[in-house]
Ligand binder design. Structure first.
Ligand code: ARG
Length: 208
């Protein structure tokens, strides 16, 4: 009887179809690989949502800018990726209420002479398509450092590797993965202070 009930439950859990989540899974603790499996805060939220809706969750890992496009074009239902709410993104997708605060911080090498005030003279690494890239590459008049000072890497890990190889002077990235990257890589540290404050929310295809 117990077995039959489990089967009935799981059949019922999938009866409303699949809920697809686009993400970029090098972003601990929100989404990252534990062996072959993608885990993290965003995954737990998505699992709870799928359970509540009686749907089967499917996670699609891709580059961050592709995850944004997948939702805009309706190939995924939602993007859960430590995604910052912005007015520009709000024009092309629907957002939930915010579920967490995001802070953009600056990773540097220990002993480097980079400060919050001289970042404009440095080469800065960011993740492609993220708010860190968008703000840092903006013009000086708009509070950025100009495109010539900013490189967009495929993800946070490749940006951090470039910093360790002295190809760039700093990485601007969200605080939570930054903490994890600094812990995992001796010789890196965070500059004191917050470079930007943001709110994370889930993005859905418009009208989904
Ligand atoms: N919060 C930033 C943004 O929305 C970066 C998010 C990157 N997320 C990721 N899973 N790689 O632009």
């Amino acid at each position: 009887i117990a077995l039959v009930m489990v089967l009935a439950l799981s059949a019922c859990a999938k009866s409303n179809g699949t809920l697809t989540m686009a993400t970029e899974a090098t972003f601990p603790p929100y989404e990252y690989y534990d062996g072959e499996v993608i885990v993290g805060i965003d995954v737990e939220i998505a699992v709870a949502l799928a359970d509540k809706l009686g749907m089967e969750l499917v996670i699609d890992d891709m580059e961050f800018d592709s995850a944004l496009m997948a939702v805009q074009e309706g190939r995924s239902d939602m993007v859960l990726a430590g995604l910052t709410y912005t007015e520009e993104r709000d024009l092309v997708m629907d957002f939930t209420d915010s579920y967490a605060k995001g802070i953009q911080v600056v990773i540097v090498k220990e002993g480097s002479d980079v400060t919050m005030d001289n970042l404009g003279d440095m080469m800065i690494g960011t993740q492609l398509g993220t708010t860190g890239y968008i703000y840092a590459s903006d013009t000086v008049e708009n509070g950025g450092y100009g495109e010539d000072h900013v490189i967009a890497y495929d993800n946070g890990i490749t940006a951090v590797q470039a910093l360790m190889n002295d190809q760039i002077d700093a990485v601007i990235i969200d605080n939570a993965p930054a903490q994890a990257f600094v812990e995992a890589n001796p010789g890196l540290t965070l500059l004191d202070g917050e470079w930007a404050l943001e709110n994370y929310a889930i993005g859905f295809t418009k009208g989904n």
